[in-house]
Design a protein around this ligand. Structure first.
Ligand code: GDP
Length: 450
């Protein structure tokens, strides 16, 4: 950590500006060697300076250099950022000069790793930085920025504080039984406290399930036998002519897919080939893929034709989707109703694909089923990271051990060991406890320059 690191912080390519970031004890003196302008070693912190980067007598670029002195910087070390003209040749040349003059090329995520190791941010905040950079949607951005602001970290820290109070109290009771003025923790105290902690942890896991929609979106499969209007529905949803609509059964031979956003949540919509027994090889491939698609979808839209009686194929599809989240879309309601559906079938809607207003009915149903309004009205304080959520789940397992222990009237010192284990697991989330392997693993997924 004592060396000075440098890397290109912007994406490498043709652009107006590239930023090269340098961090470490020697960052100011190294850049100063290459800079023609003010003496950077004498300037105030958090100032920006116009000048040139020179390689001996040759001017390499006209630049603006920001000087930020420790500790109020991203890494808490001295940081210099060189704003040079964009483009591969200039940016690489400036970086090369920095490396020749004493910098080491930063590893992916190394600036953020230093911010963590120097105590400016915790691991939750560090991981949120990566999430923010990788955010594709507004909802993902909101969740990530809350992580960076430390909302999740505070939640975890609050739980750890509550635990350590009980743990230390038990320890004092055990180690110094003669102290009369210290509150004596009883198994009843733990019996009261554990459900509160358990509730908070369970809520985090529940919210995680919900927040998965934000990151992963909803995989929607449109299925139904040929000619019921699958491609027409997909086109209406996507407002395009992606799928070819014809009235010859079996035209959608392969899978056509598209993406739309509903209340900020990504819907990956897949129009499958008409599912039916077929001898046609090309179509058969499509049919097999359709069945796989149903299995991996989060939501199935099973289209049925309002203008026809239910066929055997329809009944098989209704049966196949019994255990999936399915909306039964009775299409072509502009035509005479001939279909008769079991009254017990839930999530049935009636629409046609000719009128845009009808599509709203389907969108409303999807909103309802996935509680999209709940996501949009939430505080966006979600744990969305698998590593972190696995630790929470481990804590919940230990809590069930404690619950058993309470029922079996286990000694307090045995319960205390479990409480301490929860406290430690929570510490792994924020990085209060960590090992090198974890850090390497975590930061290698960052982009270079962050
Ligand atoms: P797919 O084979 O399930 O993809 O069905 P298509 O989307 O290709 O539609 C088959 C035929 O039904 C086409 O001629 C469409 O124009 C027609 N169609 C689709 N939706 C409706 C609807 O809501 N009402 C009516 N009357 N016709 C529709």
């Amino acid at each position: 950590m004592n060396d000075t690191i440098a890397s290109i912080a912007t994406s490498l390519g043709v652009g107006a500006i590239s930023i090269i970031r340098v961090s470490g004890n020697d960052s100011i003196s190294i850049v100063n060697k290459l800079f023609q302008g003010h003496d950077l070693e004498k300037v105030e912190s958090h100032t920006i300076h116009y000048g040139y980067i020179k390689d001996k007598e040759n001017i390499i670029d006209e630049v603006l250099v920001s000087v930020m002195k420790s500790p109020k910087t991203y890494t808490m070390e001295d940081v210099v950022e060189i704003n040079c003209h964009g483009g591969i040749a200039t940016t690489n040349k400036v970086l090369e000069l920095l490396l020749l003059n004493g910098c080491r090329l930063a590893e992916p995520g190394e600036f953020t790793k230093r911010a963590f190791l120097n105590g400016r941010i915790d691991l939750v905040e560090a991981e949120a930085v990566s999430d923010l950079i990788n955010s594709e949607t507004e909802l993902e951005r909101k969740v990530a920025i809350n992580g960076i602001k430390g909302n999740i970290s505070s939640l975890i820290k609050k739980l750890r504080d509550e635990l350590i109070k009980i743990i230390s109290n038990i320890e004092v009771n055990i180690d110094y039984p003669e102290y009369q003025d210290i509150y004596e923790v009883t198994i009843n105290d733990i019996r009261e406290k554990i459900p509160l902690i358990k509730n908070e942890l369970e809520e985090i896991v529940e919210n995680y399930e919900q927040s998965k929609l934000i990151h992963e979106g909803i995989k929607v499969a449109i299925i139904g036998r040929p000619n019921v209007g699958k491609s027409s529905l997909l086109n209406k949803l996507l407002n395009s002519e992606k799928a070819i609509v014809t009235d010859i059964p079996g035209t959608t031979r392969d899978i056509v897919e598209g993406i739309m956003y509903l209340d900020g949540v990504k819907l990956n919509i897949i129009d499958t080939a008409g599912i039916r027994e077929t001898d046609d090889i090309v179509e058969k491939i499509g049919v097999n893929k359709s069945i796989e698609t149903i299995e991996s979808a989060n939501l199935v839209l099973l289209l049925l034709n309002n203008n026809e009686e239910l066929t055997e194929e329809d009944k098989i599809l209704i049966d196949k989707t019994k255990y999936k989240t399915t909306i039964y879309v009775v299409n072509k309601n502009d035509l005479e109703t001939k279909i008769k559906l079991d009254k017990n079938l839930s999530n049935v809607i009636s629409i046609n694909t000719l009128d845009n207003k009808e599509i709203k009915i389907l969108k409303e149903k999807i909103r309802d089923l996935f509680q999209l309004d709940k996501i949009n009205n939430s505080d966006f304080n979600y744990i969305t990271n698998l590593r972190q959520i696995n630790k929470i789940k481990e804590c919940l397992k230990i809590i069930s051990d404690i619950e058993e222990g309470i029922n079996d009237d286990l000694e307090l010192d045995m319960l205390e060991m479990d409480l301490r284990e929860i406290w430690e697991q929570l510490g792994f989330i924020t990085g209060d406890s960590y090992d090198e392997e974890l850090l390497d693993d975590l930061f290698k997924n960052f982009c270079v320059g962050k």
